[in-house]
Design a protein around this ligand. Structure first.
Ligand SMILES: NC(=O)c1ccc[n+]([C@@H]2O[C@H](COP(=O)([O-])OP(=O)(O)OC[C@H]3O[C@@H](n4cnc5c(N)ncnc54)[C@H](OP(=O)(O)O)[C@@H]3O)[C@@H](O)[C@H]2O)c1
Length: 127
């Protein structure tokens, strides 16, 4: 089975991990604060879910990304080339509780995301 990493373990990342856990699928969670901040979260979701670093999650066969729009550049910066691996884009180009649309300058949000994950095959889903 392919390995799965999750970058962004908020509402959506946790929901995705919960669905995986229900089906006995392994996944690695990550956030901006490091694995120690997620060990209890992973354990609560299920035995197939573990906490890891952003780099560990990004190295999996399939990488699920669910991060606030303005934080995506930092969340995806400095990672190695994705080498044709799959990135699932669950993000919306809006900011927080205000639901203010982000300025995309005529681009699709997934085009912007694709520019942040060199070498990846990007699929838009779960939003
Ligand atoms: N909520 C919904 O109903 C919904 C539905 C569909 C799609 N979406 C989209 O999904 C995305 C996430 O939404 P959400 O509600 O799950 O957001 P959220 O609850 O605010 O969670 C955001 C996650 O991103 C992480 N993050 C922020 N900066 C990071 C970095 N530099 N490196 C790694 N992780 C980082 C945060 O980690 P820390 O806490 O450690 O900073 C947190 O785990 C958004 O683009 C949203 O529009 C949301």
């Amino acid at each position: 089975m392919k390995s799965i990493g999750i970058i962004g373990t908020g509402n959506i990342g946790r929901a995705f991990a919960t669905a995986l856990a229900r089906n006995n699928i392994r996944a690695t969670l990550s956030n901006s604060r490091g694995p120690d901040s997620l060990s209890e979260v992973g354990a609560a979701i299920g035995p197939t879910i573990q906490a890891g670093s952003r780099e560990e999650a990004a190295a999996k066969d399939i990488v699920f990304v669910a991060v606030s729009w303005s934080k995506l550049p930092a969340a995806l910066s400095g990672l190695p080339d994705f080498a044709v691996r799959i990135v699932i884009d669950a993000n919306n180009p809006i900011e927080g509780a205000l639901f203010k649309p982000a300025e995309l300058n005529g681009r699709l949000s997934t085009e912007v995301l694709t520019g942040l994950v060199p070498g990846a095959r990007v699929v838009k889903a779960f939003n």
